[in-house]
Write a protein that binds this ligand. Sequence first.
Ligand code: SME
Length: 137
Amino acid sequence: HHTEILREDKLLQICHLLLDNIDYYDWVGFYFANHEEKTLHLGPYAGEPTDHTVIPFGKGICGQVAVSNENFVVPDVKAQDNYIACSFTVKSEIVVPLFVDGKNIGQIDIDSNIIDAFTEADERFLEFVNEEIAKLF
Ligand code: SME
């Protein structure tokens, strides 16, 4: 569908914009929820390809956010036991849910190669980004 292709293209541009302009953002991508299957599916992303294109609800940081509907900031990925490693260079991660009409339809996921990279300023910024993205749906 035409509008879906435009939206995917905009999301991909946002991924690249964030990756290219924020030095501690080293992977930026979107996952979208299939609420019937209880799985997350990789959408547009910028950075290294990941094997984790489908993530069950509850699994990893992303899967936990699909269930909790809350931001998840991970200062040190090594300290997490429910974590899916995509790259050995990643040290910290932030996942912020994407709400459309109050429903958690997916999330933005950002990895950093720097430990404890993400602050409350990133949370507020990415909440704003997601609120803008929600208008595309
Ligand atoms: N680390 C995530 C998996 C996605 S990759 O970072 C791209 C997690 O634990 O859910």
